[in-house]
Design a protein around this ligand. Structure first.
Ligand code: NDP
Ligand SMILES: O=C(O)C1=N[C@H](C(=O)O)C[C@H](O)C1
Length: 274
């Protein structure tokens, strides 16, 4: 066990405990004085089931990785979920039954799944954001300002790069950036997004927001929004060099949820950026 200087206030379970973010979160929870690892979930087929959740750090936490959702949540007050949409939905149903709060970092939800999450948030408090890093959320505010100031004469393209293992595209962050920009311009992203170009596409429609996706190697996560005008280009870029920022943002979300009873929040709420 990591030595805590005070009794931890936040009893936190992690879903996707053996994933890239799961490991980062377990390390961050163990290092935080006010948080205690209280549960670790993974899929039944995971070879880590039954192992100590902190074994990858070479230490014992006393918390085993389990597949049974209710067993994994039994000692927790809040769940942090970085898994896949279908996993998150199953975990949230259990959180609602057991009265746990949830921090959702998973991306790639359908509109139906998002509506269901909003419905579940009438009963429990949830923070959901496609990117938990402070830097990305501040970048979103910069984009809002830039989009308003560059509302005519500038073509807008969102370019994102991620590691070869990422399964959804465009990234949740890129889509959120598109939503923020479209909102600032009074447009609906569903009407103006262009996700692919091939062949004879015709000239660019100035009302569109384009997306380009790069996948390769171990890129943690880069996002650039290009405002291409006549005679000048503005590029606003955020680059992640470590997943630790996502884990630290998730713990800020855990602290934000303490004392709340219900509601759907995002990182703008957590960081006071609204
Ligand atoms: N909001 C943010 O700040 C960030 C969001 N993300 C998002 O978090 C998610 C996870 O990313 P990452 O950690 O890189 O992915 P990984 O694939 O490394 O980890 C996912 C974990 O979830 C488990 N899992 C897969 N399917 C299910 C399921 N149906 N039910 C329960 N558990 C499941 C995996 O188990 P197994 O490996 O055994 O299949 C694994 O342990 C992605 O959606 C990603 O986009 C990532 C980084 C930051
Ligand atoms: O899968 C990832 O790795 C990441 N996913 C999130 C997204 O889809 O935006 C956040 C971050 O970019 C890393």
């Amino acid at each position: 066990m990591a030595t805590k200087t005070t009794t931890p206030q936040h009893q936190v379970a992690v879903a996707g405990a053996t994933g890239r973010m799961g490991h980062m979160l377990i390390e961050a929870i163990r290092a935080a004085d006010d948080c205690q690892l209280a549960g670790a979930l993974d899929v039944p087929a995971s070879p880590a089931i039954g192992n100590d959740a902190a074994a990858f750090l070479g230490v014992a936490s006393g918390v085993p990785v389990v597949a049974d959702i209710r067993t994994g949540l039994a000692r927790a007050k809040v769940l942090i979920d970085f898994t896949r949409p279908e996993g998150t939905m199953a975990h949230l149903a259990a959180c609602r039954e057991l009265g746990l709060h949830a921090v959702i970092g998973t991306t790639g939800f359908s509109d139906d799944q998002k509506a269901r999450i909003a419905e579940i948030a009438r009963d429990i408090a949830i923070v959901m954001a496609p990117n938990m890093s402070v830097g990305v959320n501040v970048t979103m505010k910069l984009l809002e300002m830039a989009a308003k100031a560059l509302s005519t004469g500038y073509d807008i393209e969102v370019i994102e790069s991620h590691h070869r293992h990422k399964v959804d595209a465009p990234s949740g962050t890129a889509l959120k950036m598109g939503e923020v920009i479209a909102g600032a311009l009074g447009r609906d992203l569903k009407e103006c997004a262009v996700y692919a170009r091939e062949g004879v596409t015709g000239e660019r429609d100035p009302s569109t927001i384009g997306f380009a996706t790069i996948r390769g190697g171990d890129i943690v996560g880069d996002h650039t929004v290009l405002f291409a005008g006549t005679g000048e280009r503005i590029e606003i870029t955020h680059r992640s060099a470590s997943r630790a920022t996502y884990a630290q943002g998730s713990l800020r979300a855990v602290r934000f949820l303490a004392g709340r009873t219900s509601g759907l929040y995002d990182m703008f709420d957590v960081l006071g950026l609204r």
